[in-house]
Design a protein around this ligand. Structure first.
Ligand code: F6P
Length: 512
């Protein structure tokens, strides 16, 4: 595997001294070459420090990495996660027809039918407690939390009336306290969402939630209101969840890719199976685009190449995601897990070390225009350039509300300010100058509906897959998170052998 930096650095040096504003204003073929469309999503990368030659070098990297074979392998269910010996089945959850393993496809379809039937039952007298569910408490962490949380927030306009979904992820008891506030145990359903069913945060919170139910309803009443979504149904059963309310999903579904599976059970109940199916439809549209569109017009691949360009070509460690939509407020946090857990790896698939300045970016961000009044100062005048992805929702800004129109104007103004900067004047000119020349992209969603949301998320999933391919790493494992879990267990069980003095001082101060 070659070091992709070598192919990119000549272009990065050539373009480093060029005025980005002048490059952008060239227009013509550059304009067409740096815009992509996939279903309801468009990517406008004209404000990136890129030209035709650099793009050609990037597409050559994709070809050399075997893009065509790799996407086929992903979508047909081949083992693309060799360190865990698993396929990556998130696209198959949207459409299992491309899977080579027909039994697996049948299991996925049966699982989908089961969750949809249960979600419908929760609306009426067939609900676990004999009355419609009014409060769902999803207990999970990481991918078992962030996906459902993002979708529930984004789909506020599509929620079923009379049902409130709350989330418990953190071990701070305040999390559960807030989730049960005002809830009637009789009409509450606790969904324990955990792929492994071993995550200590989730199991401790699930025990606490069960104790809360049992305090009013007794042990049997509590059990009747607990459900689980997991790839380890045996463990859920041993925990005490009744078999008929355990909704399995496949080992090949990664945690951070899992809400499309039974891990989205809480969403399916809170939004209704029809809305949930529309989210899958939107993602399926992107899967189709990703599978069949040639590399040069393939939006997820293009986005991956741009991020590789900024990271490996231009040495930009971080990327900011600025979502100009209140309902997409959690998108930066969601993408942070998707990207950083997938691409934060030290080695390639063959175990050789990744070269410096390659691998996933540090992803962070927030909601525009609020963030303009907090950290955007740093983006405009800080010493480091950090590329920004602006996430736009066209129908919101174009819908006639003057505040929404101004929100869209803020977004456009920020892209222009980053591009051209401003020459300060007077005695404080140096302080008032914004250098400009700072790269950004705009990812525009036609409208924030279930199809659009599904498409937006699927674009990023496939983008992450392509980045893994370009760097030659495995985006589907996450060995780096295990050590902390072991050390916590050691500490709580009194095994101090691996701790230094400062850490033990802390443990004593916290009375652990
Ligand atoms: O610790 C990281 C992680 O394994 C994530 O990958 C995962 O989404 C999360 O923990 C929760 O895991 P589980 O769904 O198995 O409880």
């Amino acid at each position: 595997m070659t070091d992709c930096r070598q192919q990119l650095q000549a272009h990065a040096s050539r373009l480093a001294g060029v005025s980005l504003g002048a490059l952008v204003r060239k227009g013509g073929r550059r304009d067409a070459a740096l815009q992509w469309q996939a279903g309801p999503v468009t990517l406008d990368a004209r404000h990136q420090r890129l030209d035709g030659e650099a793009m050609d070098a990037l597409f050559a990297l994709a070809e050399a990495a075997g893009f065509d074979d790799a996407r086929k392998a992903l979508l047909s269910g081949d083992i693309v996660n060799p360190t865990e010996g698993r396929p990556a089945l998130h696209a198959a959850l949207r459409d299992a027809s491309a899977l080579k393993d027909r039994d697996l496809a049948a299991r996925i379809e049966a699982a989908r039918a089961r969750t949809a039937a249960f979600a419908r039952a929760c609306q009426g007298a067939d609900a676990p407690g004999g009355q419609p569910v009014t409060r769902i408490i999803n207990i999970g962490i990481g991918g078992s939390d962030l996906g459902p949380r993002l979708v529930y927030g984004a789909m506020k306009a599509f929620r079923r009336p009379g049902v409130d979904l709350r989330f418990v992820s953190n071990l701070d008891p305040a999390d559960l306290e807030d989730a049960i506030e005002g809830a009637d145990p009789e009409t509450t359903l606790v969904c324990v969402t955990s792929k492994s069913f071993t995550t200590s945060e989730t199991l401790m919170n699930a025990r606490a939630a069960k104790a809360w139910l049992a305090a009013s309803l007794g042990e049997d009443g509590a059990n009747a209101r607990m459900a689980a979504a997991t790839a380890a149904p045996g463990k859920a059963e041993s925990f005490g969840i009744a078999r008929e309310r355990i909704f399995p999903f496949e080992e090949g579904v990664g945690g951070r890719y899992s809400f499309w599976s039974a891990a989205g059970l809480c969403l399916e109940i809170a939004l209704g199976p029809e809305v949930f199916a529309r989210i899958l439809d939107g993602a399926r549209q992107i899967d189709g685009h990703f599978a069949t569109t040639p590399a040069e017009r393939n939006l997820p691949l293009a986005k991956a190449l741009i991020d590789v360009w900024n990271r490996a070509g231009r040495g930009r460690l971080a990327r900011c995601v600025a979502a100009y939509s209140t309902r997409l407020e959690l998108l930066p946090a969601y993408l942070q897990q998707l990207e950083m857990e997938s691409l934060g790896k030290p080695v390639r698939l063959d175990g050789s070390p990744l070269p410096a300045h390659t691998g996933g970016q540090l992803v962070w961000g927030g909601k525009g225009s609020d963030i303009q009044h907090s950290f955007f100062q740093w983006l405009h005048q800080g010493v480091d350039e950090v590329p920004v992805d602006f996430i736009a929702v066209k129908a919101l800004y174009a819908g006639g509300d003057e505040r929404a129109k101004a929100l869209g104007a803020n977004l456009v103004a920020q892209t222009a300010a980053l591009l051209d900067g401003h020459a300060g004047e007077g005695p404080l000119a140096a302080h008032k100058t914004l250098a400009g020349g700072r790269a950004s992209s705009v990812i525009t969603l036609e409208r924030l509906d279930p199809e659009g949301l599904g498409a937006l998320i699927a674009v990023h999933e496939h983008k992450v897959f392509c980045e893994g391919l370009l760097y030659g790493l495995n985006p589907f494992d996450q060995w780096g998170v295990e050590l902390g879990k072991l050390l916590t267990t050691d500490l709580l069980s009194g095994n101090h052998s691996r701790f230094d003095g400062a850490s033990l001082d802390l443990a004593r101060a916290f009375r652990l």
